[in-house]
Design a binder for this molecule. Structure first.
Ligand code: C2E
Ligand code: MG
Ligand code: MG
Length: 714
C-alpha cells in the first residue's frame, strides 16, 4: 500500500523524488536522527497540545455562555407573549436544546415546572440533572410581577462542537510536530549527524586499516564540506606519522649499525655469522655446497705504520669496494675485523673453481691504488674452507658455521706462515694440528698447576776472553706422556690463552733465584737473560712483577737482562719505549732478541734504552758460506757499535762461525758449540768445569742460600 503510494508519487514527481527518497531513507536509517526526531516531535506536540487545551477551555465557556444567553432571550420573549398562560409555554419552548423549565412567581410560588428538570425541587433550590444539562436562572419582568425563570439546557451539541475542535487541533499538533521534527531531523542529519557519522566511519576505517600503526591520511566522504576538520585531523595524523617515520629511520639506522661495519658499510661479523647460520641450515637441508674465503691483508700493521691510519682506512675501504664491485658474483661479503674480510660463495666446492675465485680476489686487490699522489699496493692471504667437506658433519648444526670459519682461519694462518700473498685450502692435516693444539691448551693449564715446567740455562761467553758472560733462561715442558715439548710449540699457545703471564712470572722468579744462588756462590759478574713475551709486555704489570721477583730474591737488577723480540718491540713502539725506559731506569739490562728478523725501524732504535742486540741464529747458521748473512751480521755489529750496544750472536754451532764473529767484532757468543741449554744443576756443574772461568769471579764461595727459595721455582 505504502509502496504503491510511493510509486505513484515517484511517477508524479519524477527522478528528483528518487534523491529525496534516498535521502529520507538514509535519514530514517540513522538511529541518532530517529531518536532526535522522536524527541523533537514529542516536545513540540506536548507544547502545542497544552496551548490548544487552554484555548479549547475558553472556547467551551464562550460557547455555553452564548447558548444560555440565546435561550434566555427566547424564553423571556415567550413569557412576555404568553399572557400569563404559563402552562402553554413548554409546547412552544422545548426544542433540541431546552429540555426543561421552571417559573417561580414574585411571591415565591411555583408557577410552572415542566420537562426534564432533573431533581429540581422548589424550596430546596437544588438541581440534579443529566450530565450535559445546564441550569440557568434569571429574572423576567412582566407587567404584573417579577418572575424567576429557570431553564434546563442540553449542552451536548456544545460539547460535541468542542470535541470536534479538539480533534482537529490534535491532528494539527500531530502533523505540525511531525513536519517540524522531520525538518529538524533532516537538517540535523544533513549538517550534524551525517558528517559526524561519516567522520566516525572514516576514523574507524582508517584505524582498522592502519593495523595499530599511525593511520593513513583520512578522507571524509561527506556531502557537506568537512575540509577544515579533515585538515586538522590529517595534520595530527601527519605529525604522528612523521614521528613514527623518525623512529623507524632511527631504528633502521641502529639496525644497520648493529649489523654493518661503519667504515666500509659491509655486513659485520654479527651479520655474517647470522647469514652463515642460515646458509649452513639450507645447505644441510638441500645437500648443497659452499666455500668460505677468509681474506687478510698482508702486513697491514706495517702499512698503517708506514702511511698512517687514515690511509690505512682508505685502503680498507678500497679493498671492500673492489670486493663489492669486482667480485660481486659471490653470495656474501663481510668485514670481520680490521683487515680481515670474508667472502662466501655457494655451489662452489671444486678445487678448480675455488682456486679461480681465490686468484681473482688476490688479483683484484693487488692492483695498485692511487691516492693523493701515493701509489699504494697491498696483497692478501686467503684461507679457504669448504662445506660440507671440511666440517665434521656429526657436529651440532649450530656449531658448523663457527667451525667452517675457524678452519678458514687455520688455512689463512698457514698461508701467512708459507710466506703470505697466497691462498691455502683447509686440509685434514691442519685439522689434526688443530686438535693437537686444543689438547695442548688444556694440558698447559694442568702443567702449570702440576709444575711440569723446568727452566734450562744456555751459557753465553765473552767471545774474546771466553769467560762466561751469563746464561739465557729457556723454559722446558716435561710433558708426562709426550716428553719434552719445545717452547716454540707451546709458548705461542700460552701467549694466546694468557697463561704466559703466570708462566712468565714463574720463569722469571726461577731464573732470579738461580742467579742469586750463583751470585752467592761467587759468580758475581755473570747475568741471566729472561725472555719476555709481547703479551707480558703489554699486560701493564711487567715492572711491578719484575721488581717483586728481584726484591724477593735480593738479586741486583743489573744481573737481570730482559729479552724482548724485535717483533714485540715494534708492536707499539711508543708504548714500548715508555716501558723500556721504566725498566731501564730501575737498573735492569734490556736486549732485543732475534734482531734482523722483524721490521725494526732504525729510527726507533736510537730511542730504545737497549743494552744488547741478539743476532738471530738464522743469520749465524750460514755465516761462513752465505755472503748475504755475512752482510747482515756485519750491519748489526756496526749498528751495535754505533749505538753503544753489546751484540750477542746466538746459534753458534761450530768453530768457523765463532771465529768469524770474533773477527767481526761480536761481543758475546751463545750456541750449541759452547753448550746446549742445561738444567739448573747441569748449569752449575758446567760453570765449575768451564776452563776460562766467569767474568767478575769464578765461584767456590758458597754461602747460605736456602732462605731465598720461594714457592714459585717449581
Ligand atoms: P730464543 O729466545 O731466540 O732462544 C734461543 C733458541 O735457540 C732456544 O731455543 C735455544 O735452545 C736455541 N739455540 C741456542 N743455540 C742454538 C744452536 O746452536 N743451534 C740451534 N739450532 N738452536 C740453538 P728454544 O729453547 O727451543 O726456544 C725457542 C724460543 O722459544 C726462544 O727463542 C724464545 O723465543 C722462546 N722461549 C724459550 N724460552 C722462553 C721463555 O722462558 N719465555 C718466553 N717468553 N719465551 C721463551
Ligand atoms: Mg731469547
Ligand atoms: Mg733468539
Amino acid at each position: 500500500m505504502a509502496g504503491n503510494f510511493l510509486a505513484r508519487l515517484e511517477f508524479l514527481i519524477g527522478p528528483d523524488f528518487l534523491d529525496l527518497r534516498r535521502e529520507l531513507t538514509e535519514v530514517y536509517r540513522s538511529k541518532t536522527a530517529r531518536r532526535l526526531a522522536g524527541s523533537v516531535a514529542l516536545v513540540l506536540f506536548t507544547i502545542q497540545w497544552i496551548v490548544f487545551l487552554g484555548g479549547l477551555h475558553n472556547d467551551y465557556d464562550d460557547l455555553i455562555q452564548l447558548h444560555i444567553t440565546s435561550e434566555q432571550v427566547r424564553v423571556t420573549e415567550r413569557i412576555h407573549s404568553s399572557n400569563q398562560d404559563y402552562q402553554s409555554l413548554p409546547q412552544q419552548l422545548f426544542d433540541e436544546s431546552l429540555v426543561g423549565i421552571a417559573l417561580i412567581s414574585g411571591s415565591d410560588k411555583l408557577l410552572l415546572q415542566a420537562g426534564d428538570t432533573g431533581g429540581f425541587s422548589h424550596g430546596q433550590r437544588q438541581l440534579t440533572s443529566a450530565n450535559l444539562v445546564i441550569r440557568s436562572q434569571w429574572l423576567v419582568q412582566t407587567p404584573a410581577e417579577t418572575l424567576t425563570a429557570i431553564a434546563f439546557i442540553d449542552s451536548t451539541s456544545d460539547v460535541m462542537a468542542i470535541a470536534r475542535s479538539a480533534l482537529q487541533l490534535f491532528i494539527l499538533a500531530l502533523v505540525t510536530s511531525f513536519i517540524i521534527a522531520a525538518v529538524a531531523m533532516t537538517g540535523a542529519f544533513k549538517f550534524f549527524i551525517h558528517p559526524m557519522e561519516c567522520l566516525i566511519e572514516a576514523l574507524r576505517k582508517s584505524r582498522e586499516e592502519s593495523n595499530g600503526r599511525a593511520p593513513q591520511l583520512i578522507e571524509i566522504p561527506s556531502r557537506i564540506d568537512l575540509k577544515p576538520l579533515a585538515v586538522e585531523i590529517n595534520n595530527l595524523i601527519e605529525g604522528q606519522r612523521k614521528s613514527e617515520r623518525q623512529v623507524k629511520v632511527k631504528q633502521q639506522y641502529l639496525e644497520f649499525a648493529a649489523h654493518h661495519d661503519p667504515l666500509t658499510h659491509l655486513p659485520n661479523r654479527l651479520m655474517f655469522e647470522d647469514s652463515l647460520k642460515k646458509i649452513v641450515h639450507s645447505a644441510t637441508a638441500d645437500e648443497r655446497q659452499f666455500s668460505v674465503f677468509l681474506i687478510d691483508l698482508d702486513s697491514f700493521k706495517f702499512f698503517n705504520d708506514q702511511y698512517g691510519h687514515l690511509i690505512g682506512d682508505k685502503m680498507v675501504v678500497e679493498v671492500s669496494n673492489r670486493l663489492r664491485t669486482q667480485i660481486s658474483d659471490v653470495d656474501l661479503i663481510a668485514r670481520l675485523d680490521g683487515d680481515e674480510f670474508v667472502v662466501l660463495q655457494q655451489d662452489v666446492n671444486e678445487i678448480d673453481s675455488i682456486e679461480k675465485v681465490a686468484e681473482r680476489i688476490m688479483k683484484v686487490i693487488a692492483e695498485p691504488y692511487e691516492y693523493r699522489g701515493f701509489t699504494l699496493k697491498t696483497a692478501v692471504s686467503i684461507g679457504v674452507s669448504r662445506f660440507p667437506d671440511d666440517v665434521l658433519i656429526s657436529q651440532e648444526e649450530d656449531l658448523l658455521g663457527e667451525e667452517i670459519v675457524n678452519n678458514a682461519a687455520v688455512a689463512l694462518q698457514e698461508a701467512k706462515t708459507q710466506g703470505k700473498a697466497r691462498y691455502q685450502l683447509f686440509t685434514e692435516k691442519m685439522r689434526s694440528n688443530l686438535t693437537q693444539r686444543i689438547r695442548l691448551e688444556a694440558d698447559l693449564k694442568i702443567a702449570l698447576e702440576q709444575g711440569q715446567f723446568e727452566v734450562f740455562y744456555q751459557p753465553k761467553i765473552n767471545i774474546h776472553t771466553k769467560q762466561v758472560a751469563g746464561a739465557e733462561a729457556l723454559v722446558r715442558w716435561n710433558h708426562p706422556t709426550q716428553g719434552f715439548i719445545s717452547p716454540e710449540d707451546f709458548v705461542p699457545v700460552a701467549e694466546e690463552t694468557g697463561l704466559i703471564i703466570e708462566l712468565g712470572e714463574w720463569i722469571l722468579r726461577s731464573a732470579c733465584f738461580k742467579m742469586r744462588e750463583l751470585q752467592q756462590q761467587g759468580y758475581t759478574g755473570i747475568n741471566v737473560a729472561v725472555n719476555i713475551s709481547a703479551v707480558q709486555f703489554t699486560d701493564g704489570n711487567l715492572l711491578p712483577m719484575v721488581r717483586k721477583a728481584l726484591s724477593d730474591t735480593q738479586l741486583p737488577p743489573e744481573l737481570l737482562e730482559l729479552e724482548i723480540t724485535e717483533s714485540a718491540v715494534m708492536h707499539d713502539p711508543a708504548e714500548v719505549i715508555r716501558s723500556l725506559h721504566q725498566l731501564s731506569e730501575y737498573g735492569m739490562k734490556l736486549a732485543i732478541d732475534d734482531f734482523g728478523t722483524g721490521y725494526s725501524s732504525l729510527a726507533y732504535l736510537k730511542q730504545f734504552p737497549v743494552d744488547t742486540l741478539k743476532i738471530d741464529k738464522a743469520f749465524i747458521t750460514d755465516v761462513s758460506s752465505d755472503n748475504d748473512d755475512v752482510a747482515i751480521v756485519e750491519a748489526v755489529l756496526g749498528l751495535g757499535k754505533h749505538f753503544n750496544m753489546k751484540v750477542v750472536a746466538e746459534g753458534i754451532e761450530d768453530e768457523d762461525q765463532l771465529n768469524f764473529l770474533k773477527s767481526s767484532g761480536c761481543d758475546v757468543a751463545q750456541g750449541y758449540f759452547i753448550s746446549k741449554p742445561l738444567n739448573s744443576d747441569q748449569y752449575s756443574q758446567w760453570l765449575k768445569r768451564w776452563p776460562y772461568g766467569a767474568e767478575g769471579g769464578t765461584g767456590e764461595k758458597v754461602v747460605n742460600i736456602p732462605e731465598l727459595r720461594t714457592g714459585t721455582d717449581g
